[in-house]
Design a binder for this molecule. Structure first.
Ligand code: ARG
Length: 397
């Protein structure tokens, strides 16, 4: 892999490496703890766009690129400096706004992802980037967990968070740093025939496969991306799909259920089920936002209904298409960062979504972010929780 150094991050809004003589710094009072996506946010990681690459297609990523996405056909190589600068402007402004509200913001460490990745099992043209942190990092209570990751290009992404994790470990005596089992991501890990056929399948065909739960990722590895897990106190809902397999969900169960958590599997009628945070998003206790184009599988509403949760459908996105070279769909409109039960950050052009939140009683903070979308997603994707106030509640007794 490439080297790690501050010089790689000329645009960084704040110091990236907090080591002194190679020793991670101790930050007094730092706390790692978070149980959901809506309690008062106090400390967060915001991604950074520098050095990002578009890796050549890999078996896991191919299927994840929606049919209407300009990424289909793969344009491998370094992203242009102009697009990196524009994305960093969004990310840095977002970070400063959060800091202005008294939230501590950390940025990932610098990694240059340009070198070819080779392991005994696979090789790929380059890494991906330090974005979006939500895909790799899952804070469950005091556990700061790095996910296995299902794209070959993202195999080494944990390096971007390595120094921060060391620092959290040194600073909070109760914080547990954990790396989930590393996958092999060999050809045997994927349905290679599906990958080959994929370019020619219609949306109806990919939907039919998805409804049969036949994904390009097999059960060979233990796989999950952190962004497939939605934390609601004692309950964690995990989307089974292209980036998370059943073995991954079993691993999360075995890891967290002995600590009093309950792990649930969710499936949506989505022909590219990847990452839950543009599909089903908790807004505050008792209120969920659902993508109207991606209904839950039959029976999966039950646990929410039985416990008095309201599920509202998200407003229509403002845009007909995602921006160029974007991996995600227009539904990043509902990919929001909640600061507390009354305050939500929404992408600044998403007027209908902002109005909906206004009617639901939220103070809405518009955040210009479309220029960062191509780097891995919206406001939720681009962040990862370090600390939110609040305790582990039982919302589904
Ligand atoms: N699958 C989602 C969509 O295209 C994108 C989710 C992105 N989320 C993330 N954490 N990277 O609608």
């Amino acid at each position: 892999m490439g080297s790690i150094s501050n010089d790689l991050y000329p645009n960084a809004a704040m110091p990236l490496s907090r080591k002194e003589n190679g020793v991670p710094l101790y930050r007094p009072g730092l706390k790692v703890e978070s149980y959901n996506d809506f309690d008062p946010l106090r400390h967060v990681i915001v991604g950074i766009a520098d050095n990002q690459h578009i890796p050549e297609a890999c078996p896991a990523s191919n299927e994840k690129i929606p049919a209407d996405s300009p990424m289909r056909g793969s344009k491998a190589g370094r992203r242009t400096q102009e697009s990196i600068d524009q994305a960093n402007e969004c990310l840095n402004n977002f970070a400063s706004m959060l800091e202005g509200r008294g939230i501590i913001v950390d940025r990932p460490a610098a990694v240059d992802w340009h070198e070819r990745i080779e392991t005994p099992d696979f090789t790929i043209s380059s890494g991906f980037g330090c974005m979006p942190p939500r895909d790799c990092l899952l804070t469950v209570g005091k556990t700061f967990l790095m996910a296995p990751m299902s794209f070959r290009s993202r195999y080494f992404e944990y390096l971007a968070f390595h120094d921060l994790a060391r620092e959290y470990f040194e600073s909070d005596p109760e914080c547990i740093i954990e790396q989930a089992p590393r996958p092999r991501l060999a050809d045997e890990s994927f349905r290679m025939d599906y990958v080959a056929a994929y370019e020619y399948l219609s949306d109806d065909e990919t939907m039919a496969r998805s409804l049969r739960k036949e994904y390009s990722t097999l059960e060979t590895d233990i796989l999950f991306d952190a962004a497939d897990a939605m934390r609601l106190g004692k309950d964690i809902f995990v989307q089974h799909g292209l980036t998370t397999n059943l073995a991954g969900i079993r691993w999360l169960k075995r890891k967290f259920e002995p600590q009093g958590y309950r792990i649930h599997t969710l499936s949506f009628r989505d022909n590219h089920p990847i990452h839950i945070d543009a599909t089903f998003c908790p807004l505050r206790p008792g209120l969920m936002l659902l993508n109207p184009h991606r209904p839950l599988f039959d029976g999966q509403h039950e646990i929410f209904k039985k416990n008095g949760w309201e599920i509202v459908e998200a407003a229509e996105p403002a845009h007909k298409n995602p921006p160029p070279l974007c991996y995600s769909s227009v539904w990043l409109s509902m990919n929001i960062l909640i600061l507390d039960h009354k305050t939500v950050c929404v992408e600044a052009t998403e007027t209908a979504q902002m109005e909906q939140f206004d009617k639901l009683g939220f103070e809405v903070i518009p955040v210009p972010f479309r220029d960062a979308y191509a780097f891995g997603g919206g406001l939720h994707c681009s962040t990862a929780d370090v600390y939110r106030e609040g305790t582990r509640e039982d919302y589904f007794p």
